[in-house]
Design a protein around this ligand. Structure first.
Ligand code: NDP
Ligand code: 2IT
Length: 448
């Protein structure tokens, strides 16, 4: 049995109840086969892959808070500090009822390679809670965030572990968490990213993941002789990543005709109205049916009632920007049937393994999330730099840095794929290019 297969078997046995984590590990380790083969004995003796798949530290804690009726509620908080070989742990905080340790571990594992791909000094981590922000009052959100940070604050720090946003955690939540950190630790430091602009946040961080997704997608299309201008694009999700992906796609001359939330989706034949979408999602925190109600060119589809989704709509480029495993094999077949040219993942692991392989077999360009959505965390690292030097960069400076980071990522993953004989397979390229730096640092730092 090869070393990779041995480790895969061990990881499966040890984490049998964490399918999302196993899915992420399987994809990465399978891609690494050609690199591992070159140093198989050495890596095995040093248990490099076992160490890579075992978080350095996992923290699980009680989060009690009081709702508006005076009732005490209890949630579970998590922080997985996965790998600090190349920098302090870095990764978002997800607030969603589906959160359990397997979700946080899959996200933390992906983050190791993504952060490495940015070329910046950030290790991999992720956190979150099964708290559901939907329908909560502002006061309840603050109570939760303060309680969450009351425990988390002892485990993080500007040079230790720097959390940020993810599903359910945006500027408002980061603000409440930052206030509580500062109050308890008496430290005004860049311990969180995605902060408000008045207290150490970076310009363009809000836009960064969506913009970065389009910078990378555009570069991938260009290198394959395709012009993004005039193309029809389907986006899923209607949160931070989706909104700014739509905005940048439009700036590049493409037409985005869909977006979605957990209850339904929109088809807008005239192209999504970003100002209206922002008003509904960022200001009113409402559902997407409000978009169709305000826009005659849009049709709202109820997900449950119709069983349909955005991938039913013919497009040249598909950008899944909502959540894990939202694009399965049936969706992939529909997209390919409708002539899709490229898929780029704005979300983390939105495409199932089966669907990913299907796209690759059919010659669809496929950019995996750990490369395609790295713009968010890259900009977070730029926020950390600004906090360290106590400076504020202009929007243009951050945006230009972001663009060049994303273009570099594309060329690095493209080159890594080609070097190992998998030309055009950006999944393999991203996993190998992300792994190489982390492995080198781990080996240099001894058995830790
Ligand atoms: P938001 O909370 O801002 O938006 C999430 C969107 O996805 C919402 O429209 C939400 O709908 C939908 N969604 C979430 N969970 C589900 C679900 N289980 N089923 C169906 N729809 C769902 O999160 P982000 O935009 O920040 O994150 C989206 C994805 O991008 C995630 O995978 C995240 O990990 C990834 N990502 C985020 C980065 C960032 O900087 N924010 C950086 C890199 C990756 P509803 O509101 O109805 O729940
Ligand atoms: O998945 C991700 O990369 C994020 N949610 C952003 C992490 C960060 O630290 O900015």
């Amino acid at each position: 049995m090869s070393y990779v297969d041995e480790v895969l078997a061990k990881v499966k046995e040890k984490n049998a109840n964490e399918p999302e984590f196993l899915q992420a590990v399987e994809e990465v380790l399978n891609s690494l086969r050609p690199v591992i083969a070159v140093n198989e004995e050495k890596y095995k003796k040093l248990a490099l892959l076992e160490r890579l798949c075992e978080p350095e530290r996992q923290i699980k804690f009680r989060v009690p808070w009081i709702d508006d009726n005076g009732q005490v509620q209890v949630n579970t908080g998590y922080r997985v500090q996965f790998n600090s070989a190349i920098g302090p742990y870095k990764g978002g905080i997800r607030l969603h009822p589906s959160v359990y340790i397997g979700i946080i571990k899959f996200l933390g594992f992906e983050q190791i390679f993504k952060n490495s791909l940015t070329g910046l000094a950030i290790g991999g981590g992720k956190g979150g809670s099964d708290f559901d922000p939907k329908g909560k009052s502002d006061n309840e959100i603050m109570n939760f965030c303060q309680s969450f940070m009351t425990e988390l604050c002892r485990h993080i720090g500007a040079n230790t572990d720097v959390p940020a946003g993810d599903i359910g955690t945006g500027g408002r939540e980061i603000g409440y968490m930052y206030g509580q950190y500062k109050r308890i630790r008496n430290l005004y430091e860049g311990v969180l990213t995605g902060k408000g602009l008045s207290f150490g946040g970076s310009l363009a961080r809000t836009e960064a993941t969506g913009y970065g997704l389009l910078y990378l997608t555009n570069e991938m299309l260009k290198s394959n002789g395709i012009d993004i201008a005039g193309k029809t694009i389907c986006v899923s999700g209607a949160g931070n990543v989706a909104i700014y992906a739509i905005q940048k796609a439009q700036q590049m001359g493409a037409k985005v005709v869909t977006c979605s939330d957990s209850t339904g989706w929109i088809y807008d034949e005239e192209g999504i109205d970003v100002a209206l979408l922002k008003e509904i999602k960022e200001v009113k925190r409402a559902r997407l049916d409000a978009y169709a109600a305000a826009r005659p060119s849009a049709v709202y589809h109820d997900k449950k009632a119709e069983g349909s989704n955005v991938w039913d709509v013919p497009c040249a480029v598909a950008l899944p920007c909502a959540t894990q495993n939202e694009l399965g094999i049936d969706d992939a077949k529909k997209l390919v049937g409708n002539g899709v040219l490229a898929v780029a993942e704005g979300a983390n692991m939105p495409t199932t393994l089966e669907a990913t392989e299907y796209f690759q077999e059919k010659g669809v360009l496929f950019a995996p999330g750990k490369a395609a959505n790295a713009g968010g965390v890259a900009c977070s690292a730029l926020e950390m730099s600004q906090n360290s030097e106590r400076m504020i960069w202009s929007f243009e400076k951050v945006d230009k840095s972001l663009e060049s980071i994303m273009i570099n990522i594309f060329h690095n993953i493209d080159a890594a794929a080609e070097k190992y004989g998998f030309k055009g397979n950006y999944v393999v390229g991203a996993n190998i290019a992300g792994f190489e730096k982390v492995a080198d640092a781990m080996l240099a730092q001894g058995v830790v």
